[in-house]
Design a protein around this ligand. Structure first.
Ligand code: FAM
Length: 474
């Protein structure tokens, strides 16, 4: 069976060829219009992202596979049924479904590389217990770049053709170390003094993570974490954390630094912190309304939240316009387990889902009145007894490293980026083209370029006055 590296070595030339063709044949193609410079860049097509596409109605597809497709074809852990991040990682990087043996081999490689360097253990142990777990994770991941293969090779003057192999090595080492790192943070903050077991070389990544967190005996939770982490890994390139890694990676900052930056984007309440916020909000609702709440009571509670000027956490999305299929997959996981289905907090999530879309529609602001994945993800963890909700975004963060981050870096270093091109103020909005012609790298060098690099991401910004001038011209 072929290893991940061997598979990538086969896949990359085809991607290079595809890119070369695109660049030579469609250098001037207009791919869209900039409609809304001051609207958070919604809908702006400005990045190359090969691994997944997010359809507003259907939700995410990973290399063309929907979540139910992935659940059918991607290998699970031995003794488990759920997708594991290793098989999702393989799919995202290569576009191919790995065999169970290939998945197992990758799990083994990750377990073998999973121990933390001593200085990282000491660094994490020196953090105050009160420092937010996400801050701890981001800081420690950045410090892991001490051992970056990419950085060391760059300093020695590596060829561009070698970028991706060093990038991949860093990504694998980083992913491998995430369970030990994230579990150490958990132990230090919430269970100080508890021993941390050694990494078990026969376990998959999340099997080890669950074990290190102290939940290894809970097969149901471990399976939930596998599904959760696999599903959260990639959600197109424009979301704040993925985009941050893409941007930082485009400067050839090494994978550790880029992923660390992404984690700090994920730490915001409108992004990854939302699952913590949802739980806080649902618990406050439970406390105020007690058990056996009626739809009417939930409706009133939702209005109270909205009228106080807050958002309803777990609802709305920058792209989606339907219930998030990741939310549905997690709900289905719960439906299949009687103890979860009858759990008070999961019941409350379900009851809220019955009422909230209509309330949000009536409120009339959000473009998407439906739940996103965070509407349930943290509440399920709470049911399982993992109640430390400030830690939830760390789990989300682990998933982002496991899956989409390597894609960010690989796409950053192997392929190219459709950077924002020349502005054409004559259009109704501002038109932009795939800026292949503005690459400062000669096209005859294209194999080298596409194998190796993309330009530094550097879109154009405009001042308020400049925007006014531009718009008034129209
Ligand atoms: N509750 C109340 N108002 C909402 C809302 C919600 N759940 N979602 C959006 N709105 C408001 C929004 O604040 C904005 O109001 P203003 O015009 O006063 O600024 C208006 O509706 C239009 O917003 P939009 O275009 O529908 O949404 P955006 O694309 O600007 O923002 C979200 C998308 C996700 C940031 C937004 O829906 C939100 O704040 N949701 C609650 C927080 C949340 O669940 N975040 C997690 C997102 C998740 F997918 C993730 O990243 N993990």
């Amino acid at each position: 069976t072929k290893s991940l590296r061997e598979t990538l070595q086969e896949v990359i030339p085809a991607k290079q060829e595809q890119l070369k063709k695109l660049k030579t044949e469609h250098a001037q193609a207009v791919v869209g219009e900039v409609e809304n410079i001051i609207g958070g860049m919604r809908g702006l097509k400005a990045m190359l992202w090969d691994a997944s596409v997010l359809d507003p109605l259907e939700g995410i597809r990973f290399h063309g596979l929907s979540i139910p497709d992935c659940q059918k074809v991607l290998p699970a852990a031995p003794g488990g049924k759920e997708i594991i991040p290793e098989s999702m990682l393989w799919l995202l990087l290569t576009g191919q479904v790995p065999t169970p043996e290939q998945t197992r081999e990758l799990s083994r490689e990750l377990a073998e590389k999973g121990e933390l360097p001593k200085f990282i253990e000491e660094l994490v142990d020196s953090f105050p217990q009160t420092l937010h777990p996400m801050t701890q994770l981001g800081m420690a991941v950045a410090a892991l770049n001490h051992d970056s293969s990419f950085q060391a090779a760059y300093e020695k003057g590596m060829k561009k053709s070698e970028y991706w192999t060093h990038t991949l090595e860093d990504c694998i080492n980083l992913i491998a170390r995430l369970p030990a790192l994230a579990a150490r943070i958990y132990r230090n903050v919430y269970k100080p003094g508890n021993p941390l077991p050694a990494i078990n070389k026969d376990l998959d990544l999340v099997g080890n993570y669950s074990n290190l967190l102290g939940y290894g005996d809970n097969h149901s939770l471990t399976e939930y974490l596998r599904l959760y982490i696999a599903l959260h890994g990639d959600h197109e390139g424009g979301n704040a954390s993925a985009h941050t890694a893409h941007l930082v990676g485009s400067t050839l900052s090494d994978p550790y630094l880029s992923y660390s930056a992404a984690l700090f984007a994920l730490a915001g309440p409108l992004h990854g912190l939302a699952n913590q916020e949802v739980l806080r909000w649902q618990l406050a609702m439970q406390k105020e309304l007690g058990d056996n709440v009626t739809p009417e009571q939930i409706k009133d509670y939702l209005w109270k939240t909205l009228k106080s000027g807050q958002v309803v956490p777990g609802y709305g999305h920058g792209v989606l316009r339907n219930p998030d299929p990741r939310f549905i997959a997690l709900q289905q996981f719960c439906d299949g387990k009687p103890e979860l289905k009858s759990s008070p907090i999961i019941e409350l999530v379900n009851k809220t889902f019955q009422v909230a879309p209509d309330v949000l529609k009536e409120h009339g602001k959000t473009k998407n009145p439906y739940p996103n994945v965070d509407a349930t993800s943290g509440c399920v963890l709470y049911h399982y007894g993992l109640t430390e909700f400030k830690y939830y975004t760390v789990i989300f963060g682990v998933s982002r490293g496991n899956v989409d981050y390597p894609d960010v870096i690989l796409s950053a270093h192997i392929y190219f980026d459709c950077s924002l091109g020349s502005f054409d103020p004559a259009g109704v909005g501002t038109r932009y083209v795939v800026a292949i012609d503005v690459f400062d790298i000669p096209l005859n060098d294209v194999v080298l370029i596409s194998a190796l690099g993309m330009p530094l991401e550097r879109p154009k910004s405009l001042s308020l006055d400049a925007i006014e001038k531009l718009v008034k011209k129209d």
